[in-house]
Ligand binder design. Structure first.
Ligand code: GLN
Length: 285
């Protein structure tokens, strides 16, 4: 086989990925090659004219073939960066999104105003990215992380160990707030499934590789907000607050649900980098 340099291989892979409509083809080609070479992405450019070894080419070609089937990069590498931390992911969990950092950062900022030890609940924790990153940034928090999927909890527990916060998290397998009956929290966070059931056909093919149960929010996408808001007040301490990630056009209906509940006073919307309403936060009256 003819030798191939890093530069040539990246160009070849980028062209193939572009052809099947993958948006960030060059970035994906680089991330996957860095993964095969066990190096950082930018380090590829230091050795851009170096020949790849045969075994490296074979491994890389296999990964590119899978990416061409639209399997998300994070499932191929088993990792996704969130809040500057490299979380383990498998196809049992939603891949943490950059937009969700708005939620984690906002909660960290607001919790600075509270003194003493704090308790957080994360409903539908998935990989644990939200909960674990908040705990990593604030020492005096303990957390309850709930998920209905045992396999997702295994991933979250692995991440809690990885980031040395397992002694501050209890994991619960179950539906929404149910396993936490009798407990009270200063903050409840949730990035629930919120995509309207009828919308999946219009989404990127990558989404079909993620757990459907982590994405499908019922006919109007609001099923889980309704259920959580219904019982949340009894789980919140005085001055406690609840923070939801919301999908496009969902901030208003979620605010309506919070107002209709009657237990919430102040409500805020936090925007993402694209200036879209991404998070709704509400304080108990
Ligand atoms: N942000 C995800 C998406 O748009 C959806 C996450 C969710 O349903 N909570 O693909």
């Amino acid at each position: 086989m003819n030798g191939m340099t890093i530069a040539q291989k990246l160009n070849e892979a980028t062209a193939k990925l572009t052809e099947v409509g993958i948006e960030n083809a060059r970035l994906d080609a680089e991330v996957l090659l860095a993964y095969v070479l066990n190096t950082r992405r930018l380090a590829l450019y230091v050795h851009i004219a170096r020949d790849l070894e045969e075994a490296q080419i074979v491994r890389y070609d296999k990964l590119i073939a899978r990416r061409l089937e639209h399997i998300p990069v994070a499932y191929l590498t088993g990792h996704k960066e969130f809040m500057g931390m490299n979380f383990a992911v498998t196809n049992d969990v939603l891949i943490p999104r950059q937009d969700t950092e708005v939620l984690a950062q906002g909660v960290i900022e607001h919790l600075q105003e509270y003194s003493g030890d704090l308790k957080l609940a994360d409903i539908g924790t998935g990989s644990g990215a939200i909960c674990i990153s908040i705990l990593k940034y604030i020492d005096r928090i303990t957390a309850a992380a709930v998920d209905i999927s045992r396999n997702a909890l295994d991933v979250a527990e692995f991440n809690a160990e990885k980031f040395n916060v397992s002694d501050r998290i209890n994991f619960y397998e179950g539906n929404l707030l149910e396993p936490l009956n009798g407990q009270k929290f200063d903050v409840i966070v949730s990035n629930p499934p919120y995509i309207p059931s009828g919308k999946f056909k219009t989404l990127q093919p990558e989404i079909s590789f993620e757990p459907h149960g982590a994405l499908d929010g019922g006919t109007d996408g609001l099923d889980f907000y309704k259920q959580i808001i219904d019982t949340a007040p009894e789980f919140l301490n005085d001055k406690g607050f609840i923070v939801f990630e919301v999908g496009i056009d969902q901030s208003e209906p979620v605010i309506e649900l919070l107002k209709a509940n009657g237990s919430f006073g102040a409500i805020q919307i936090w925007k993402d980098l694209a200036n879209i309403d991404r998070v709704v936060a509400a304080w108990k009256k």
